[in-house]
Design a protein around this ligand. Structure first.
Ligand code: NBG
Length: 796
């Protein structure tokens, strides 16, 4: 590693000299990546060595998604060399920023859940805790979103670049994972051992990625498994080409379409592949007697996708290691813990028993036995039929993965206070009654090193110049900024930083989307997956109402605003795709209307990703967090906005509540139904949207435009939206909340006009954001669930 800019330059130039195409930025990228890899690998080896020698408890975080974002810049940052590498390169005539942009972005995740896993990896290493990720090495990440006539189209992405990639193939650790076949009784060393016959085997090859902790020497491992053809014989009658094709599919892409059986099988294959390969390796490489496993290993399952870890660990302990059920169950039940990330019915995984049984016959037997024993346990409890149903793992030919996950884990957490409460009193009430000490809350957090330090160096320097740099290691120290909340000079500097970030984003928008936006206007952003409950629809309908009013009311000339959208719709989610088209249709009209464009601009950033998010959070004034109360488990974008000084415009949902708890209602704009009210309406089924529309002429107009006028696009492109709003009685309460939403916008706009007061709110938000660092979250997991010990870097 280098301690100075000069040494770095020397070494860099010497390496560049050996390359052929010295002038190209791609070569520079390649040389720099190779150097960073080398620096990292020494520390990586030492960290592993240290963990081994000290026999520390290790955490494995199982997740089907890891949305890491670009790695080069983050590693330079965490190695504490970003500053002099940037300067050194500049002196040599290269722009580090442009070099970083060349890195193919690994989009191995969908949204919040996958990005959370990435933030956790960063915090574990930065807190010097022995925690590693286990996931899949999809060939393609999430699709690339391309707009055609305003419609989302999806193009496959390939992120893997074998030459420059950060991963190391660990061929020697490969193993074969079986699927299908049938179970027959067998005997081994005088004990019964179920034998799997005629299985189809898939080879799992691990690729290890270094996770570099901040300013320390801790380098943990993210292990991603890749599916390859096994050398074992194929079951009779299976055509080789079909086998090869099916094997390639296993780690081809994230979340294959599961509407047909083939897709379901593929998802289950992925889940088992991840769990089995990781667990077999963990058990094999443990440095303790098997009976002590729970004291040496913690396994966190990120949502239910890796819930098969529970029966798989049972299988390994019993079938491979000869343990009895009770002892094995005791170990599983003290090793595995589960995080729930959603209460949305459609997102709670359920698999058909017959599919599971066919694909994983032994695993299914074990799930049946877990279910049978659990039913036996609850038999004495005075429960009605409905309550018994809610406790069933297998019910009516369906396996409920969340129930399996709760029963098999020693701790279950929700991801924000409200979400955990809803789990306990409603969604998982029966399970919580049965296991009263299992459920607890750990509110999400975000890696402030990526989302503030890296994404917003200008703001970071301003903070450091005011309160010193302690906040980088201890984000809670951002509190110290309160001293500056009334300091006009600081507030002006803060405003200058925001304007600079807005200019950068405006340039990006001009270059990439050919839209000119005014950096002096309010930047109001809603960036996240497109979903009914997140209510992008309410946002765009409200904009249309503003537009209508600008056209009809000559006295209505509001302060200029730029509405920014970003996010992808699942390819098979028709409603969400219609919302995208609708936003683009309104954008076209408004952006091209000579009168309206003085007041409103709408930009839909195409192909939203981590690196685009890094440009948007720092440049936003307003953070739209407008989900239907009770539906958003936590949200983490809300925290990233807050850290960058944006003010929340939101509902009392998910972690918004805790944000407001931190900043006070005066420093956020909250509106709309509460979770309690929403749940009451749902229970009574007493919400009837026409009652509302009837009394609101502006809403009537916008609904007419939407359903049969200018917005319906003449091509019948809003049928799913129509179905929700009209036929299904607006399940996400868009029309119920939209007027209050409009009022909150008005309050916000008048606040913005007093720029010092606005900056003051902004300071309070930044100062109170430390608690939402994932360092705090990870420390809580470690204290309450994993019990990890820190391995200080001076030992490394
Ligand atoms: C998402 C929730 C978010 C939450 C993230 C991370 C899933 C299944 N859930 O509200 O919708 O912030 O998880 O916990 O992706």
């Amino acid at each position: 590693m280098f301690s100075s800019k000069e040494r770095f330059k020397e070494n860099f130039v010497a390496r560049l000299e050996q390359r052929e195409d010295k002038e190209s930025l791609q070569t520079v990228y390649s040389v720099l990546t190779a150097m960073v890899k080398e620096w990292t690998y020494d520390d990586w080896e030492q960290t592993n060595q240290q963990y081994k020698e000290q026999k520390r408890k290790q955490l494995y975080y199982f997740s089907i998604e890891f949305l890491m974002g670009r790695i080069l810049g983050q590693n330079l940052m965490n190695l504490d060399v970003h500053g002099f590498v940037e300067e050194g390169l500049k002196e040599l005539g290269f722009d580090l920023h442009a070099i970083e942009e060349l890195e193919p972005e690994p989009g191995l995740g969908n949204g919040g859940l996958g990005r959370l896993a990435a933030c956790f990896m960063d915090s574990l290493a930065s807190l010097q805790l022995p925690g590693h990720g286990c996931g899949l090495r999809y060939k393609g990440g999430l699709f690339t979103q391309v707009f055609q006539d305003g419609f989302q189209t999806e193009q496959p992405t390939v992120w893997i670049d074998e030459k420059e990639g950060w991963g190391i193939r660990r061929e020697e650790l490969s193993l074969d994972i079986p699927f299908f076949g049938s179970i027959e009784p067998g005997i081994e060393s005088n004990r019964l051992k179920p034998v799997l016959k005629d299985a189809e085997w898939i080879k799992a090859v691990p690729y290890d990625y270094p996770i570099v902790g901040a300013a320390g020497k801790t380098v943990n491992t993210l292990r991603l498994w890749q599916a390859e053809v096994s050398s074992r014989p194929l079951p009779k009658g299976k055509p080789r080409t079909l086998y090869e094709q099916e094997t390639a599919e296993v780690t081809d892409r994230l979340y294959p379409d599961a509407s047909l059986d083939a897709g379901k099988i593929l998802r289950l294959k992925q889940q088992y592949f991840l769990c089995s390969a990781s667990l077999q390796t963990i058990v094999k490489n443990r440095d303790c007697p098997l009976s002590d496993l729970a004291r040496h290993v913690a396994i966190q399952i990120n949502d239910t996708h890796p819930a098969l870890a529970i029966p798989e660990l049972m299988r390994i302990l019993m079938d491979e290691e000869g343990m009895q059920w009770e002892e094995a169950w005791g170990i599983v039940n003290h090793t595995i813990s589960y995080t729930n990330h959603t209460i949305l019915e459609e997102a709670l995984e359920k698999w058909s028993s017959s599919l599971l049984e066919r694909l994983l016959p032994r695993i299914y037997m074990i799930i049946q036995e877990i279910d049978r024993r659990f039913k036996e346990k609850t038999q004495q409890e005075p429960l009605d039929e409905w309550q018994r149903k809610k406790l069933a793992i297998i019910e009516n030919g369906v396996v409920h993965m969340a129930t399996l996950a709760v029963v098999g884990s020693y701790k279950v957490n929700g991801v924000a206070k409200l979400h955990t409460e809803i789990l306990k009193v409603r969604e998982m009430k029966e399970l919580n009654d049965h296991f009263p000490h299992k459920f607890h809350n750990i509110t999400n957090g975000v890696a402030h090193r990526r989302w503030l330090l890296k994404a917003n160096p200008e703001l970071s320097s301003l903070i450091t110049s005011a309160v010193g740099d302690e906040w980088i290691r201890e984000p809670i120290k951002l509190h110290k900024l309160h001293r500056f909340s009334k300091d006009p000079a600081f507030l002006q500097d803060l405003q200058a930083v925001k304007i600079a970030k807005k200019r950068q984003l405006a340039d990006y928008i001009k270059t990439h989307q050919d839209i000119i936006v005014d950096p002096e206007s309010v930047f109001d952003a809603q960036i996240k997956r497109i979903h009914g409950y997140k209510r992008q629809l309410m946002n765009i309908l409200h904009i249309q109402m503003l537009y209508n009013r600008i056209l009809s009311d000559r006295s209505f000339r509001p302060y200029p605003r730029t509405f920014i959208f970003g996010g992808k719709a699942a390819p098979s989610y028709r409603y969400a795709k219609e919302v995208i088209k609708l936003i683009n249709t309104v954008a076209d009209q408004v952006n091209n209307d000579p009168l309206a464009k003085k007041h409103l601009h709408i930009v839909f950033i195409e192909d939203y990703s981590v690196s685009k998010a890094e440009k948007i959070f720092p440049a936003s004034d307003v953070s739209e967090q407008i989900s239907t109360a009770s539906k958003e488990a936590s949200g983490t974008g809300n925290m990233k906005f807050m850290m960058n000084g944006a003010i929340t415009l939101g509902t009392f949902d998910g972690a918004n509540l805790e944000i407001v708890e931190q900043v006070g209602e005066d420093n956020a704009f909250i509106f709309g139904l509460t979770a309690r009210q929403v749940m009451q309406f749902e229970k009574e089924q007493s919400y009837y949207p026409p009652d509302i529309i009837q009394h609101e002429p502006d809403l009537q107009l916008v609904m007419a435009q939407l359903l049969e006028g200018s917005l319906s696009d003449g091509e019948g492109n809003i049928s799913a939206i129509r179905n929700q709003l009209v036929d299904c009685n607006d399940p996400f309460f868009v029309l119920k909340d939209i007027q209050q939403y409009g009022k909150a916008h008005e309050r916000l706009l008048s606040a913005f006009e007093n720029s010092l007061a606005w900056q003051e709110m902004s300071v309070v938000n930044i100062a109170q954001s430390g608690i939402f660092s994932s360092d705090r979250t990870i420390q809580e997991y470690s204290d309450e669930v994993w019990q990890l010990g820190r391995v200080p870097s001076n030992l490394l």
